[in-house]
Design a binder for this molecule. Structure first.
Ligand code: NDP
Length: 383
């Protein structure tokens, strides 16, 4: 039996993870489950899975969590320190599924325990980059990518030498607006942006998918996870989301990983690694799908991937600034404060406004993140 912690248990990735655990109850014991504010759902999950501890990051929801867990014997905790403590309890596998840089500190705490980190929370790696990878090496942790593209690449690289890689190609669905004109994009609504054609995901990543910032963040994530050099990483739009990514080798062989658009597949791959486990996903029926198409990304209508590539090239604090500015811009768009096309424009403005020094520690990264957020918020209010 292995122990499991899910940081962000009440979200989309959390639900997919716990669905797999539910089907394999005999193999897992749940240590900690966390949420931001959804105390009712967190308590329900904690009771169902017999968690040791349930944590709400927003402490104002702790009384509701305590009430909902009364008599269960499950510990209830709240606040940022409790969230970090949940990561620090250590589990054989920690699924990092909090959205945004808010997941960085508890993920780092889990890394320090040296177990397996199944990483969905791409913003944490984008912001902390070298700091996180150094901690992984220092503490002997194992970082397994859950993001479907990176999980695909990880599988395609197995048994091969990265020195033999010619290209790593990240596929992108292109999001719900991939065929929209610029004029139409300027009027896109939050409801339209979160309606992804292929994937059922949380609101933030759905907007990121529509702007292509998701692919930009993934480019930076891939740059850290698979050090083949930025010039060997490329992006291709593949509207069907069947090929999750590809690796081309110097002999001309291209290996791709294919599967349904269901995050339970890459999550299962990380949970069972280096073995395999059953999932309830329908088998891939390529004859039914019929056509797989590919095209080049359009960085004029969707500048996010260009901004991300430039940030990765610059390195240091720049990816953390890009991520923080994007998080604030997405929240402002979802809140009706700025237009869809202002998201990338605002990120570019924040990136151009200053150049903080490269972070050397977790607290440095959090400082960069905080300053970039403050600058981005100012832009929202002045728009
Ligand atoms: P959701 O919005 O569905 O869930 C986010 C989770 O994080 C919830 O449990 C939420 O709690 C919690 N949370 C939100 N804000 C905070 C905070 N400030 N502090 C602590 N916890 C917080 O997101 P997703 O599951 O869609 O995405 C999670 C991560 O996985 C993201 O980084 C995303 O990019 C990545 N990812 C997601 C994919 C998907 O298919 N969904 C695919 C690939 C990667 P509460 O419910 O209480 O708000």
């Amino acid at each position: 039996m292995r122990t499991l912690t899910v940081l962000g248990a009440t979200g989309s990735i959390g639900a997919s993870t716990l669905d797999l655990i539910r089907r394999n109850r005999g193999d897992w014991r749940v240590t900690a489950l966390t949420a931001h504010s959804n105390a009712a759902e967190l308590a329900r999950l904690a009771r169902e899975f017999g968690a040791e501890v349930a944590v709400v990051a927003d402490e104002t929801h702790l009384p509701a969590l305590r009430d909902a867990l009364a008599g269960s014997g499950i510990e209830a905790a709240g606040g940022p320190a409790a969230l970090v403590e949940a990561g620090a309890r250590g589990a054989d596998v920690t699924v990092a599924a909090i959205v945004g840089c808010a997941g960085l500190a508890p993920t780092m705490a889990a890394i320090e325990q040296g177990g397996v980190i199944a990483l969905a929370n791409k913003e944490a790696l984008v912001s902390a980059g070298e700091v996180m990878l150094a901690a992984v090496a220092r503490h002997g942790a194992t970082l397994l990518p859950v993001d479907s593209e990176h999980n695909a690449i990880f599988q395609c690289l197995c048994g091969n030498d990265t020195a033999d890689v010619r290209w790593i190609t990240l596929t992108a669905s292109g999001g719900p607006f991939r065929d929209w004109s610029w004029d139409r994009l300027t009027a896109a609504t939050p409801a339209e942006a979160v309606r992804h054609p292929n994937w059922d995901m949380g609101a933030k990543i759905s907007v990121d998918s529509a702007t292509m910032f998701n692919k930009g963040l993934e480019l930076i994530e891939a740059h850290h996870l698979f050090p083949v050099g930025l010039d060997r990483l490329r992006i291709i739009v593949h509207p069907q989301s069947v090929v999750h990514s590809m690796v081309e080798y110097r002999d001309g062989s291209t290996l791709a990983q294919l599967g349904p658009s269901d995050m339970r597949v890459p999550i299962a791959s990380a949970l069972a690694w280096p073995r395999r486990m059953d999932t309830p996903c329908a088998p891939l029926d390529l004859a039914e799908i019929g056509e797989l198409t590919f095209r080049k990304p359009d960085e004029v209508r969707f500048p996010a991937t260009r901004l991300a590539r430039e940030a990765a090239q610059a390195g240091g604090a720049v990816p953390a600034v890009l991520n923080a500015a994007n998080e604030i811009a997405v929240a402002a768009f979802l809140g009706g404060q700025i237009s869809f096309t202002r998201i990338a424009a605002q990120v570019e403005d924040v990136l151009g406004s200053y150049a903080p020094p490269a972070p050397g520690s977790l607290s440095d990264v959090l400082e960069v993140d905080g300053e970039a957020r403050a600058r981005a918020r100012l832009l929202v209010t002045s728009t």
